[in-house]
Structure formats: C-alpha cells, structure tokens
Design a protein around this ligand. Structure first.
Ligand code: PAF
Length: 254
C-alpha cells in the first residue's frame, strides 16, 4: 500500500528516514491527472532508486488564468492506483495553505530564459513553477527528481535552478511519451473534441518536418491551429498552439 502523506513535517521525516542509511530516493512532482507520460517518470524513479515518492499538488501560482486552473482534471483515485501499480512508496498530497503559509510573498524568479516562449505567453508561469519545485525539493531532498521533456523549458529552468542554489538533487529529463499518431501525451488532451483530436497530431508532424519556424507556423495555421509560437532554441524547435480552448505544447530536437 502506498503511504499518502498530507503534512509537510511528516513528509520531511519520511524522506529523511528513507535516505538515512545511504539509500537513494527518486521523486516525481506532478499535478495529478496522471497518464502514461507520468508513468514513464514513475517507472524510472522506481527503477533507478531504492525508494520512490511522488507528489500531487495543483499549483495555483503557475496559472495566470483562473479558468485554466479550474479546468485542470482532478482524478485522485485513478492517480493513486497508477502510483501503486508503479510501485511508488509514498505520495505527498499537501493542501494549498500548508504549501503557501506566507501566501506568495517569497518566490523564485529567473529573469532571462523564463521570459521567453511559455513565459512570454503565460504571465508569471515560471516563477510559480520554480517556486513550487524548490519548495518540493527542499521538503523531500531527493537523490534524483524526474521531469518530462515535453515541458522542455520547465526542465532546463529547473535543472539550472538546482545548480544555482547548490541543491544535491540530480534533475533527470525523460523523453516525451506519444500516442501512436505522434500526439504528445498531456492532461489537456481530454479536452479535445473528436474533430480537434484528429487535427492534433499534425502539430508534432509539422514540428518534426525540418522546415524553418516561419514555414511551420504557416503550415500549422493552414491545418487549423492558432499558433502562440514556433521557435528554435536550445538545439530544439519548440511550439505552442491552440485548438479551440485547448492549448498544446511540444518540442523536438533540431
Ligand atoms: O509539470 C508539472 O506537472 C508541474 O509544472 C510541476 C513540475 C509538477 C510543478 O507544479
């Protein structure tokens, strides 16, 4: 049985007990609504460490749109089932108040790369992400923490924050898991209607085409997407598009 821990002090203590005798601890932070992409992170955390923990916390500070926060799927029972079947030892499931005891007066700001791409389209998003990830890493102090490469900008900002603050956690990026037709798995995919779901895989195929970003933007628009950005950076091409109300992001190596 997985141990579900709500209190910060109890989670700190559980993590210290696990690593006290030199054992390694793998940690997977999530916002729940777990899918096969999360499963790949959980399985790596399980296989590469003596102990494995995950968290579910729908972090309000990384949303600039209250409706987006409201619409985030909450599937706690199914999530616990997946965590158990992946062999995760403990789930940290804190309340909003306990994580933000001083509201949001103290936060982490990165002032270069967080302002590009996702950061340019989602006001304050990476302050919220970096702040919650720092809090979670300080509570759990894991040997390794696992992040999906679908959120490439998040992955590199977290990796560099850990270097900047001398944390002893190794940040591991895990390859994006895709449907057979190429669509990157995302908790948001449930919001696509059947027509949008048919168009959605074109996003990945156009990003992978090798065409210049301007040309990819034109092709995406012709396919029916609204395009937030398509840009080359960090040796990759990264994009964000909308199909109706649903926003999708993806990236591929150049
Ligand atoms: O990628 C996510 O699910 C979230 O941004 C994270 C890393 C759990 C922080 O809330």
């Amino acid at each position: 049985m997985i141990r579900v821990i709500r209190s910060i002090d109890e989670m700190k203590q559980w993590c210290r007990e696990q690593t006290g005798d030199g054992c390694s601890l793998g940690f997977v932070p999530t916002m729940g609504a777990l899918h096969a992409g999360h499963r790949s992170l959980l399985e790596r955390a399980r296989s590469e460490n003596d102990r494995a923990a995950a968290s579910i916390f729908v972090n309000p500070t990384q949303y600039d749109d209250p409706e987006d926060l409201e619409n985030y799927p909450r599937t706690f029972d199914a999530d616990v089932e997946m965590l158990e079947s992946a062999g995760i030892d403990a789930l940290f499931f804190p309340s909003d108040d306990s994580i933000y005891p001083t509201d949001y007066r103290y936060r982490v700001t990165e002032n270069q790369e967080s302002e590009l791409l996702e950061g340019a389209h989602r006001n304050g998003h990476f302050d919220g992400v970096l702040t919650i990830v720092l809090k979670l890493l300080l509570i759990t102090r894991p040997t390794r923490a696992y992040f999906g490469e679908k959120d490439w900008q998040q992955y590199i900002l977290v990796r560099d924050m850990v270097k900047a603050f001398f944390l002893d956690t190794e940040i591991i990026g895990c390859p994006t898991v895709r449907e057979a037709d190429g669509l990157a798995l995302s908790s948001r995919n449930v919001h696509l209607d059947p027509e949008q779901r048919k168009i959605a895989p074109r996003f990945h195929s156009i990003l992978s085409s090798g065409a210049e970003p301007g040309e990819q933007r034109r092709q995406l628009e012709a396919a029916g997407f609204e395009v937030d950005y398509v840009e080359k950076r960090w040796g990759r091409v990264l994009g964000a598009v909308r199909l109706g109300e649903t926003r999708l992001i993806d990236n591929v190596p150049l």
